[in-house]
Design a protein around this ligand. Structure first.
Ligand code: G6P
Length: 486
C-alpha cells in the first residue's frame, strides 16, 4: 500500500488548495525497474476541463492508475500533482467492476441492464471510498477546496468531511441520477445519500437529475429540503446547507474546432471517404461499447432501412467506432457478442466485394482521427437509451464549422435537454420512428442542414468545458463557509 495518507504537514492538512478526486488519474502510468514513473496523458474531457484551474490553483489529483497493485508516491505531470490510489485485483473486481459498474451503472441508467446487489461489493466500495477520502484529506490545504467526481466515489464527500470539516467540498455526478422509484432498490440507498450530502454543492448534468436527488433525500432521509437546498443538522438555523444544481458539462470546443480546420485532418477526412468507396452517405456512431448507448437499436434500425430499400445499400456506409470498455463485466461481454453478431449478419446480407454496409471498429482513436471521422460523416447517430450528457454529440458539432452534417440525437441524453431544437431527436426504443428520422437525416437538404448546424454551434461553441469547471467552482467557493474552527 502507498503511504500517501501520511499528511504533508504536521497539522493533518496538506499543501494543495484544490484537490480533484476521481476514480481514474488523468494519465496512464507505469513504474520502471529503477522506480521511475513513466506516464502518458490519457484521453478524456475531465483533464482538459480541469488542467487550467489545477495549474492556476496549485492543484493535486487523487485517482487510480487503472492497473492492479500499482503503487507510487505522488508525482508531477503537466504541472499537476498526481496522487495514485492503489487497488488490489480483488478491489478492482468488487469495487470497480462490481459495485460501480454492475450495480450503480445499470441502476443509474434506468436499469437497462439488471443491477446486481452484493454485500461484498458494497463492503469493498466503502473501503475503497475511505481510501480515496484519506488520500484527499492528506493533500488538501487548510480551508481548501476538494472536488469529488462521479458515481464511483459517492461516499467520499461525507468521509472527507468527517476527516476534514474545514474543507469546502463539491461533488459532480457525471451520469444520470435515477428517479427515486428506481434508486430505492439499492439496499444501501441511505448511506449513498448521506455520503453525497457530505458535500456543500452536489452538481448534476440536468435539472431533472438534481430534482431526482432532492426527491430521494426527501423520501429516504429525515433532512428537511427547501427547493434545491437540503438542511443538515435537522433544520438548525446555523446548520450546514447542501445545494443541488445542474451544471451541464461540455468539451474543449476550441480544440475540436481547430482540429477540424487543420488541412491535414481535412485531407484525412477525404481519404476516409475514399477508403470507404466514396459512398453517397456516410453515417457514424462513436461510443464506448456500452449497453446504455443504444448501439443494437441503431444497427437494427439501419439494417431495416437497407432491407426496406429506403436508402441505397450500395452507396451508404455506417462506420461504428465502439471503443473497448469494462471488458470483464458480463453485461459488456454479452453486448459485444450481440453487436458483433448483428454486424456480421448485416455485412453478410448487404456487403459486396469492396463495400461493407457497416464498418465496425473495436478500438479507440486519438482526437485527430476522431475529428477526421466527424468531418467525413454526413449523419452522426447518437442513440443512447440513457446518457448523462453525451460528449460525442458536442464534439461532432464543434468539428463542423463547415456547417455540414446532421446530428440524430436520442431524447434520453443530457445533450438533448440542452441542444434541442437543432438535432433530429429520436426515441431509440421506437425503431420505426428512428428509421424515419435516419432516412430524413440522410436526405436532408443542405440549406436545412446549415440552418440546424448553425444553431447547434451557437449553443455549443459558447459553452466550453473550462467555463463549466469555472462555474461549478465559482458557485462552490461563493457558498457561505462555516465550521472552520477545527
Ligand atoms: C463514464 C463515466 C466516467 C468513466 C468513463 C469511462 O463517462 O462517467 O466516470 O471514467 O465512463 O469508464 P471507465 O470505467 O473506463 O473509467
Amino acid at each position: 500500500m502507498t503511504d500517501q495518507g501520511s499528511a504533508r504537514s504536521s497539522e493533518g492538512s496538506g499543501d494543495y488548495d484544490l484537490v480533484v478526486v476521481a476514480n481514474r488519474l488523468p494519465v496512464d502510468f507505469s513504474v520502471g525497474a529503477d522506480g521511475e514513473v513513466d506516464w502518458q496523458r490519457s484521453p478524456g474531457g475531465l483533464v482538459s476541463a480541469l488542467e487550467p484551474v489545477m495549474q492556476e490553483n496549485d492543484g493535486a489529483w487523487v485517482g487510480w492508475s487503472g492497473a492492479p497493485e500499482l503503487a507510487h508516491e505522488p508525482f508531477e505531470a503537466d504541472g499537476m500533482m498526481l496522487v495514485p490510489v492503489t487497488l488490489s485485483a480483488s478491489e478492482i473486481r468488487k469495487y470497480y467492476e462490481g459495485f460501480s459498474n454492475d450495480t450503480l451503472w445499470p441502476l443509474y441508467h434506468d436499469v437497462i441492464a439488471p443491477p446486481a446487489y452484493h454485500r461484498q461489493w458494497w463492503e469493498a466500495y466503502r473501503r475503497v471510498n475511505q481510501r480515496f477520502a484519506e488520500a484527499a484529506a492528506a493533500q488538501a490545504s487548510r480551508g481548501g477546496v476538494v472536488w469529488v467526481h462521479d458515481y464511483q466515489l459517492q461516499l467520499v464527500p461525507k468521509m472527507l468531511r468527517d476527516l476534514r470539516p474545514d474543507l469546502r467540498i463539491g461533488f459532480f455526478d457525471h451520469i444520470p441520477f435515477p428517479p427515486v422509484e428506481l434508486f430505492q432498490q439499492l439496499p444501501w440507498r441511505r448511506s449513498i445519500l448521506e455520503g453525497l450530502l457530505g458535500a456543500d454543492l452536489v452538481g448534476f448534468q440536468r435539472g431533472g437529475d438534481a430534482s431526482n436527488f432532492v426527491r430521494a433525500v426527501r423520501r429516504l432521509t429525515d433532512h428537511p429540503t427547501r427547493g434545491s437546498v437540503v438542511s443538515m443538522d435537522d433544520g438548525d438555523a446555523q446548520g450546514r446547507r447542501v445545494r443541488a444544481a445542474a451544471f451541464p458539462i461540455s468539451i474543449d470546443t476550441q480544440r475540436f474546432d481547430d482540429l477540424a480546420r487543420n488541412p491535414d485532418v481535412q485531407a484525412r477526412a477525404r481519404e476516409v471517404r475514399a477508403d470507404l468507396g466514396d459512398p453517397d452517405v456516410v453515417m457514424l456512431g462513436v461510443d464506448r461499447l456500452d449497453y446504455t448507448k443504444g448501439i443494437r437499436h441503431r444497427i437494427k434500425a439501419y439494417g431495416e432501412i437497407l432491407q426496406d430499400g429506403r436508402i441505397d445499400a450500395e452507396h451508404t456506409t455506417l462506420v461504428q467506432v465502439a471503443s473497448p470498455s469494462r471488458e470483464n463485466v458480463g453485461a459488456y461481454q454479452e453486448l459485444r457478442e450481440h453487436v458483433e453478431g448483428l454486424v456480421g449478419r448485416l455485412n453478410g446480407e448487404f456487403g459486396e466485394i469492396g463495400h461493407s454496409a457497416i464498418h465496425y471498429l473495436h478500438h479507440s482513436y486519438p482526437p485527430e482521427e476522431m475529428a477526421a471521422l466527424y468531418l467525413a460523416a454526413d449523419v452522426m447517430l447518437v442513440t443512447s437509451l440513457r446518457d448523462g450528457m453525451n460528449l460525442v454529440a458536442k464534439e461532432y458539432i464543434a468539428a463542423r464549422s463547415d456547417l455540414g452534417g446532421v446530428l440524430v440525437l436520442s431524447e434520453f441524453t443530457g445533450a438533448a435537454d440542452e441542444l434541442a431544437p437543432g438535432p433530429l431527436l429520436v426515441n431509440p426504443h421506437d425503431i420505426d420512428g428512428m428509421k424515419d428520422t435516419i432516412v430524413a437525416a440522410a436526405h436532408m437538404d443542405p440549406k436545412e442542414k446549415r440552418r440546424r448546424m448553425r444553431r447547434l454551434r451557437r449553443k455549443v461553441m459558447g459553452d466550453d468545458v473550462a467555463k463549466w469547471s469555472k462555474s461549478f467552482l465559482g458557485v462552490l467557493t461563493a457558498m457561505p463557509s462555516r465550521d472552520t474552527h477545527v
